[in-house]
Design a protein around this ligand. Sequence first.
Ligand code: 4AD
Ligand code: MG
Length: 421
Amino acid sequence: MANVFIKELFKHLDQTVTIKGWVYNFRSSGKIAFLQIRDGSGFCQAIVTQPLPKITIETSVILTGKVSKHPKKEEYELQVEDLKVVQLAQDYPIGKKEHGPDFLLENRHLWLRSPKQWAIQKIRHTIIYATYEWMDKNSFVRIDAPILTPAACEGTTTLFEVPYFDLGKAYLSQSGQLYIEAAIFAHGRCYDFGPVFRAEKSKTRRHLTEFWMMDAEMAFVEHDENLKIQEELISFIVQRVLEKNQTELKILERDPKPLENIKAPFYRLTHAEVVKKLKAMGADAKEDDDLGGDEETLLSKSFDKPVFVEKYPAKVKAFYMKRDPQNSNLALCADMIAPEGFGEIIGGSQREEDIEVLLARLKEHNLPREAFEWYLDLRKYGSVPHSGFGFGLERLVSWICNLEHVRESIPFPRMIYRLTP
Ligand code: 4AD
Ligand code: MG
């Protein structure tokens, strides 16, 4: 008997096949039982007319039977001829009743099986895969940045410290960017994609202490082209999800309409223009400060596509950002703000390529020169204008799936008050 995945049942109409999975729900009425089966690839109904052995929710089973089509829906079912219980599940803690977020997070190892959580991880997979695909087509080489590092990349307030043998302290990477900058002098265009760490004191729906970042970096690319690359990449990712994940979007009750509109070019506004706009909307935005979470949300809700906020005040941004040649108080940077209230998904900038300027910046930011000697070397041996950006995978997943909180976008979220499971 052919073993098949549920998502491929339609190819086997009227054939006898075997599926292996779990019972996520069932009901029986006298002589006939209806089992709802999932196998990782999809969901289907199995109809059992023979005496049913003891079954519980989440019992693992192997079923053999004939594939039939639902009389009204585009769904394929299994008319079971043989049912084997692999393990009779104990009382499953996640029921159909509403559970609070704490209970579900405490049971995250089980919660992952629920259809919505399943759909989110499938979409996350598409986003990761689409990123690799686009980067590869556009001549980027994947370079793996280290996680244990000697210094801060994104400011010292969110660093996780680890004792490191005789060398004293190491820090968990906040972003692979500085290392990817080194690699472009060998490969031209590079990216990394992996976990990063921020000891974020903020308990918001957008913050995790461990999350996944994709850092891209390009030699001989300046500010404008940097933004073009970002909007092309994001458009590609969203279109791929629309092609591959209609089933998952439906499970999530995510309206695909706003996503269909996500095509380059995106909107571009300077930070000064955004502050003006926000003030006109009654928000408390400041010319010389970063945007707060609420302001980001407000801005995000007023656009139907992502918007780049360009040229922030340099003093609120990282040491490596090049200044705007037209106004040295501003950074040649942009954050990409996703629509529908989701806020920042990308941070990026042109990088300072001049060693003297960079030395002055390290001083201003109170960063120890010794830890950055290797980074300064990149400005000594064939320095070139270059730019890059980093997207936060969980922010991207949350927007595309329309999730209330980033904690559902990652399999096992890490937050200030959560380290288990
Ligand atoms: O804006 P950030 O801090 O930029 C950097 O780290 C740069 N070095 C990236 C680069 O240029 N290569 O972080 C980049 C993105 C943010 O736009 C956001 O999407 C996400 O990472 N992010 C977080 N996601 C979840 N939880 C947090 N605590 C996050 N902090 C940043
Ligand atoms: Mg940022």
